[in-house]
Design a protein around this ligand. Sequence first.
Ligand code: ADP
Length: 190
Amino acid sequence: MKNIVLFGPPGAGKGTQADILKEKYQLVHISTGDVFRFNIKNQTDLGTLAKSYMDKGHLVPDEVTINMLNAEVEKNPDANGFIFDGFPRTEAQATALATLMDEKNSQINAMVALEVDDEVLVGRLLERGKSSGRADDANEGVIRERIAEYYRKTDILKDFYQKQDKYYGVNGVGSIEEITVRLSQVFDTL
Ligand code: ADP
């Protein structure tokens, strides 16, 4: 079983690459952002709660997010492995993920991080906001807050995985195809 955390700041290209790599490596792709957006669209209690944080560019509380992630993993008992996109985003989430994998007699094999400069991120997210319909992409203030939240709470996870010799940084600037090639070079070694 191959379990990979696809990592990077908002706008780094995780979702785009995960869609390609899940087919190539036959892995289940779980995007916490997508699950939250699905819940918002369907007006569930989880969606209402998540929206109140997402609209401000803040993270949804750990307990809520961890429970949701556990449920998504349990929906796929026969998975060959997972690509986690947007999770973990805090140390508590990373610890919870390690426990969950342990319970399955499995583990996270790698964190593969897309590295992109902040100003490139802001430009990409504003561009995406023109067509994505995502409220959090439409406003530059919210975009900058998401990036700030990333540096406050999420970026340190590089250390968490580096200490376990599981961190792989990949240049996230280039064409979609070029970046898939770079990521595949890492996936193939796992
Ligand atoms: P992006 O990485 O482009 O900002 P996502 O779709 O991954 O977008 O996430 C959108 C929003 O959903 C985040 O800004 C946050 O509010 C919420 N979210 C997603 N994943 C998590 C998580 N693991 N923990 C807390 N909040 C999350």
